[in-house]
Ligand binder design. Structure first.
Ligand code: 5GP
Length: 183
């Protein structure tokens, strides 16, 4: 789905597909360099990270493995509580592995900091994070994102894996959802 297909639903286009692809390619080369010979385990967080994972992993030139976790935030409403329930755990043991968590967006950082602690307790060799987007003004927990696509404003965004009510994940770029769509 292209920006033009839903332009009425967006109050602004933040990033085009081309801009995102170019940045993901840079991150893939950095990861290739840093993990040469280490065969990292890319851990994608469903469902938002599917697009980042698909593009990043295919642009990488080194061997890697992929596994997935599905999580849901405890509590109601839109605010992240930071306590997450694991709906689907990894299929792979991470003991002694170099884990690269692949996330769509870091908002408050609460979800990611919980996940990092959870995975650390399983004795991997290392853990780093790759995220497509981050909202620096919303940070409540400091999380080191070693491989970051873009810092973006605090607005609610959709596209490139990010949804609203299950829609817009297949939008090629990233846009700010017009508040009229959800109010
Ligand atoms: P955090 O725990 O960092 O506050 O929440 C991160 C999760 O909230 C992301 O993985 C994503 O699922 C969701 N999220 C945060 N900001 C946005 C946004 O602007 N748009 C969408 N669609 N999801 C978001």
């Amino acid at each position: 789905m292209n920006i033009d297909d839903v332009s009425g639903d967006l109050s602004a286009v933040l990033l085009t597909e081309e801009q995102i692809t170019a940045r993901i390619a840079q991150l893939a080369s950095e990861i290739d360099r840093d993990y040469n010979g280490l065969q990292p385990l890319l851990v994608g967080i469903l469902s938002g990270a599917v697009m980042v994972m698909a593009d990043l992993s295919r642009m990488m030139r080194i061997h890697c493995e992929m596994d997935w976790m599905a999580i849901s935030s405890y509590g109601s409403g839109v605010a992240s509580s930071g306590v997450v329930r694991i709906l689907k755990d990894l299929n792979t043991s991470v003991v002694g592995r170099h884990i690269l968590i692949v996330e769509d967006i870091v908002d408050t950082g609460l979800t990611l900091s919980y996940l990092i602690e959870n995975l650390k307790s399983r004795n991997p060799a290392s853990i780093e994070v790759c995220a497509g987007f981050r909202k620096p003004d919303r940070a409540r927990k400091e999380v080191k994102v070693k491989y970051l696509g873009f810092d973006i404003p605090s607005d609610f965004v959709v596209g490139y894996g990010l949804d609203y009510a299950g829609r817009y994940r297949n939008l090629r770029g990233l846009g700010i959802l017009n508040p009229a769509v959800y109010s």
